[in-house]
Design a binder for this molecule. Structure first.
Ligand SMILES: NC(=O)c1ccc[n+]([C@@H]2O[C@H](COP(=O)([O-])OP(=O)(O)OC[C@H]3O[C@@H](n4cnc5c(N)ncnc54)[C@H](O)[C@@H]3O)[C@@H](O)[C@H]2O)c1
Ligand SMILES: O=c1ccn([C@@H]2O[C@H](COP(=O)(O)OP(=O)(O)O[C@H]3O[C@H](CO)[C@@H](O)[C@H](O)[C@H]3O)[C@@H](O)[C@H]2O)c(=O)[nH]1
Length: 456
């Protein structure tokens, strides 16, 4: 099928490349011309395992191409994905300006042939109807002509399209794997015709012809439910982490070990082990903005989201607890040098949007510390866009020279694999705050270092 993807970021680029991999002809568009030019030269704008090879393959086979011209994508595609960003506004509600701009522009370029317009960006309930209205508004400002493939009963000059909600559940750092192996595909459709188009688009997933490959469950709902499913999933996962962080905080007070507690409660199949890692709190481009957006939707409808507000509040406090732990061990923080391992909001990504590490770094700088950080993929230039005074070391061990304490903020697998003896020799002070419970506590303690984890 001919597919268009508008917004070539984490979701758009991965979606486009994966759809090309299964044989669709995909044209990806972005209004960031520099990004498009880099992609056309084969350079990846983001770090995501497996993506570069997939893009190279798609381009090589002539199935994947990049453009900054929206008209070229609308002209090409039967199915048009909207995958632009929907960041938080200061009041917590989502900023839908990019979705608005794209929906109107799609309308302006429709030519009378039937299109399915797919909202893959995370957008509040009701956005499907709103996008339909915006596309119609855009179309009214143009004089389209009906060409081959128009729907019976649709007059020349009327835009012929349906809007579908198809929320995305991929995780950064494993986005390509997640796209090929989703737990479910959700389609919120307003017409049977659009649903059939989406079934055909995802045929490789929902009706695989490869022997041994299990079909992915397809959940077809109305538009509003599909939009809500996305928010409910993220809010549940964020709440699960805030829950275990709260348990960790109680564990610290009573002398229990949250790792053992999580392991044991996770054996209960109703609870499960995933998303029970206590730590310095959740971040990233999705959980913070999506939980806030759901609270904001509740407010819009006069409902107080007490549980979700607590989820947010526990998470805010969790980052501050790293500072409290340092204060407890070092007393005076002013004039201290603190090393931070890991800046990305989680391992295997270069994304620093709402990264707990950067918030902790900022707090330490405000308290008068020198902060020297290392991350395997986040560059100094990237980090300085958010924390200009942060010093960046070339290596994890290099960050330790002169440091009074080490704080581990992202559980990159290379950190626990480092020679702890060398860590002890390089570190000027004796304190290690393991904000992700990823180091071997006993080994750290055997070296005469002070180990402070989360909830253990
Ligand atoms: N990042 C994730 O892990 C993830 C997972 C699931 C859902 N989502 C949702 O998907 C959406 C996109 O997220 P993302 O992380 O890929 O964002 P992103 O910021 O990485 O990418 C968005 C892209 O859209 C482009 N863009 C903005 N305005 C545009 C316009 N008018 N025309 C064309 N391109 C435009 C930007 O230049 C950028 O390249 C968001 O709603 C997000 O909540 C993200
Ligand atoms: O047990 C855990 C699991 C995760 N985290 C933190 O939670 C955040 C989010 O992690 P993760 O969910 O793995 O990454 P994202 O890429 O943000 O993915 C989430 O957000 C995406 C965007 O909406 C969704 O598509 C995914 O399904 C959802 O998992 C990170 O800061 C992690 O460090 C923990 O603290 N403890």
């Amino acid at each position: 099928m001919k597919v268009g993807v508008i917004g070539t970021g984490y979701v758009g680029l991965v979606t486009g490349a994966c759809l090309a991999r299964v044989g669709h002809r995909v044209r990806c568009m972005d209004n960031d011309t520099a990004k498009v030019e880099r992609l056309q030269r084969g350079m990846m704008p983001i770090y995501e395992p497996g993506l570069e090879e997939l893009v190279r393959q798609g381009v090589g086979e002539g199935l994947l191409e990049f453009t900054d011209a929206l008209a070229a994508v609308v002209e090409h595609a039967e199915v048009l994905f909207i995958t632009v960003g929907t960041p938080s506004r200061p009041d917590g509600s989502p900023d839908l300006s990019a979705v608005r701009a794209v929906a109107r522009s799609i309308g302006q370029h429709l030519d009378g042939r039937y299109r399915v317009i797919v909202n893959k960006s995370t957008v509040p309930v009701g956005s499907g109807n709103w996008v339909r209205m915006l596309v119609e508004d855009g179309a009214r400002k143009t004089v389209p002509t009906l060409t081959d493939g128009g729907s019976p009963g649709v007059q020349a000059g009327e835009p012929d399209f349906n809007v579908v909600s198809n929320p995305e559940f991929l995780r950064e750092g494993s986005a390509v794997w997640d796209t090929f192996h989703p737990d479910r595909i959700v389609i919120g459709a307003e017409s049977g015709r659009a649903e059939q188009v989406m079934r055909e688009l995802y045929r490789h997933w929902v009706s695989p012809d490869e022997p041994g490959r299990e079909p992915v469950p397809l959940v077809v709902t109305d538009l509003a439910s599909a939009e809500m499913i996305k928010y409910a999933a993220n809010a549940f996962l964020a709440t699960k982490i805030s829950f275990i962080n709260e348990i960790a905080n109680i564990c610290e007070r009573v002398g229990a070990d949250v790792s053992r507690v999580a392991q044991a409660i996770g054996l209960d199949k109703r609870i499960g082990h995933q998303f029970l890692n206590a730590g310095a709190g959740w971040g990233g481009s999705c959980f913070p903005k999506d939980v806030s957006a759901l609270v904001s939707t509740g407010q819009e409808y006069g409902y107080e989201c007490a549980l979700l507000k607590a989820t947010l509040s526990v998470n805010d406090t969790q980052r501050k607890r790293i500072i409290e732990k340092l204060q407890r061990e070092l007393r005076i923080l002013k004039g201290r040098t603190i090393a931070i391992w890991g800046l990305a909001f989680k391992p295997h990504t270069d994304d620093i949007r709402s990264a707990p590490a950067l918030e902790v770094a900022n707090q330490l700088l405000n308290l008068g510390c020198r902060v020297v950080a290392h991350d395997p993929v986040v560059t100094a230039a990237q980090a300085h866009t958010q924390v200009p005074d942060l010093q960046i070391a070339d290596s994890a061990l290099g960050a330790l020279d002169q440091a009074d304490a080490l704080v581990v903020m992202t559980e990159w697998p290379e950190y626990p694999a480092l020679d702890l003896g060398e860590v002890g020799r390089r570190l000027r002070g004796r304190v290690i705050i393991d904000g992700r419970n990823c180091l071997k506590r006993e080994m750290v303690q055997e070296l005469g270092l002070v180990y402070v984890g989360i909830g253990r």
